[in-house]
Design a protein around this ligand. Structure first.
Ligand code: SF4
Length: 350
C-alpha cells in the first residue's frame, strides 16, 4: 500500500535536515546537474564534491567539454574510477553540441539516447534542472523503496520502478529527488539504517518486520576471482616514463599506464620486445605487490621498476610514448598514479 503522505513527509524532513550546500545544488543548470549525476552514479558524494569543482573550473559549460581532448577529460577523471563514464560524457557533450545547439534536451526519452544516460540519470536531470515530473531509481532511492515496501527477488526492479513512479509528486519534484537520495545516503544507509530518525518509518514494512538490512536483495554473487599482472615502470635519463595508452574498451579504458604484461613476463623479455638494450639498464627493482579491487575481481599489480641510461630511438609498441608524467595533463588510473609517483621518490636517487 502506498502512503499518500510519503512525499510530503520526505520533503518536510529534507527542508529541515537535507543537504543543500552540495556544489551542484548551487546552480541547478542542466549541464551541472548532468555532470554531477554521472559522477554520482558509482561514487560517494564526498568524493564527487572534490572532483566536481575541478571539473567545472576546467569545463564550465558543455561547449568547453565537447571541444576538450579526451586526455584532458580523463586527466580530471583520474582516480574517480569507472572511466567509461568520462568517455560517455565527452561523447554525449559532442552529440549535444552537434544535434541540440549545445542545450541538453529536457525530454527524458531523448536524454536516454545519449551515451551514458540511463533512465534514472535522465529522470534526475529533467526533474532537477527542468522541474519536470520524472521518477528516479538510483541506488539510494532503490534502497529506501525496497525497504518501505519489502520488495525483493528477481521481479524487484520492475516493481520498484512502479513504486518510484507512484511516490513521485507533481510539485517540488526537484527537491523530492534530492530528498529521497539524501534519505538513502544519510538515514536509510546500507548497514544499520537510522530508523529512529527516519521521516517515513511509520509506513516502512521492512522496519516493522525487523529485517531492513535484507533489502534490497543482492543478486547472487559470483565468486570473486584474482588476477595477477606485471607492470613495468621504465624511466629514462630525463625522468620520462614509458607509458602506453590502454584500449578504449576494458579497465582503465583510454588512460595512460606503465606497460602491463602477463605475470610471468621476465624483465629480459620485456626489454627485448621494447627495443631497450640490457647494456643501458642501470637498475632493476621489484616493488611490493599492490592489490586493487574491481567490482567483480581483485587485481594483484606486480610492479617492476627499471631505470635506463638511454632510451631507444624508437618506440616499438603502438600507442606507447616516453612521457614525463609530472609535466603532462594525462588521464591515469589511481594505480598508475601510485606506480608513477614512486619514480619521483627515493627509488632511483641512489
Ligand atoms: S524506517 Fe528504516 S529501513 Fe525504513 S526507510 Fe526509514 S531508515 Fe529505511
Amino acid at each position: 500500500m502506498i502512503d499518500p503522505f510519503f512525499a510530503h513527509r520526505l520533503l518536510a524532513w529534507w527542508d529541515e535536515h537535507g543537504r543543500k550546500d552540495l556544489p551542484w545544488q548551487q546552480e541547478r543548470s542542466p549541464y551541472r546537474v548532468w555532470v554531477a549525476e554521472v559522477m554520482l552514479q558509482q561514487t560517494q558524494v564526498a568524493v564527487v564534491a572534490r572532483y566536481f569543482e575541478r571539473f567545472m573550473a576546467r569545463f564550465p559549460n558543455i561547449h568547453a567539454l565537447a571541444s576538450a581532448s579526451l586526455d584532458d577529460v580523463l586527466h580530471l577523471w583520474s582516480g574517480l574510477g569507472y572511466y567509461g563514464r568520462a568517455h560517455n560524457l565527452h561523447r554525449a557533450a559532442a552529440a549535444v553540441v552537434r544535434n541540440y545547439d549545445g542545450v541538453l534536451p529536457n525530454d527524458q526519452r531523448v536524454l536516454m539516447e545519449l551515451p551514458g544516460i540511463g533512465r534514472s540519470t535522465a529522470a534526475a536531470i529533467v526533474a532537477q534542472a527542468y522541474g519536470e515530473r520524472a521518477a528516479i531509481l538510483d541506488a539510494n532511492a532503490k534502497r529506501v523503496l525496497a525497504r518501505q515496501h519489502r520488495v525483493g527477488g528477481a521481479p524487484a526492479v520492475k516493481a520498484l520502478w512502479e513504486l518510484a513512479e507512484s511516490h513521485t509528486p507533481a510539485d517540488r519534484v526537484a527537491d523530492y529527488t534530492q530528498a529521497i537520495m539524501d534519505l538513502g545516503a544519510t538515514v536509510c544507509v546500507r548497514r544499520a539504517p537510522r530508523c529512529a530518525v527516519c521521516p517515513v518509518a511509520a509506513s516502512c514494512q521492512a522496519r516493522a518486520a525487523g529485517d531492513a538490512e535484507r533489502f534490497p536483495e543482492a543478486a547472487a554473487r559470483r565468486q570473486r576471482r584474482l588476477e595477477r599482472r606485471r607492470f613495468f615502470v621504465v624511466t629514462d635519463q630525463t625522468g620520462a616514463c614509458l607509458l602506453e595508452r590502454r584500449p578504449a574498451q576494458g579497465i582503465w579504458g583510454g588512460l595512460w599506464s606503465p606497460p602491463e604484461r602477463d605475470d610471468d613476463c621476465s624483465v629480459e623479455a620485456f626489454l627485448a620486445a621494447a627495443g631497450i638494450s640490457e647494456r643501458d639498464v642501470r637498475e632493476v627493482h621489484n616493488a611490493p605487490t599492490l592489490r586493487h579491487g574491481f567490482t567483480h575481481y581483485d587485481l594483484d599489480v606486480l610492479p617492476i621498476y627499471v631505470q635506463i641510461a638511454k632510451r631507444p630511438a624508437e618506440v616499438r609498441e603502438t600507442g606507447a610514448a616516453w612521457i614525463d608524467p609530472a609535466s603532462h595533463r594525462l588521464g591515469v588510473s589511481a594505480v598508475a598514479a601510485k606506480l608513477l609517483k614512486a619514480t619521483q621518490t627515493e627509488l632511483f636517487k641512489a
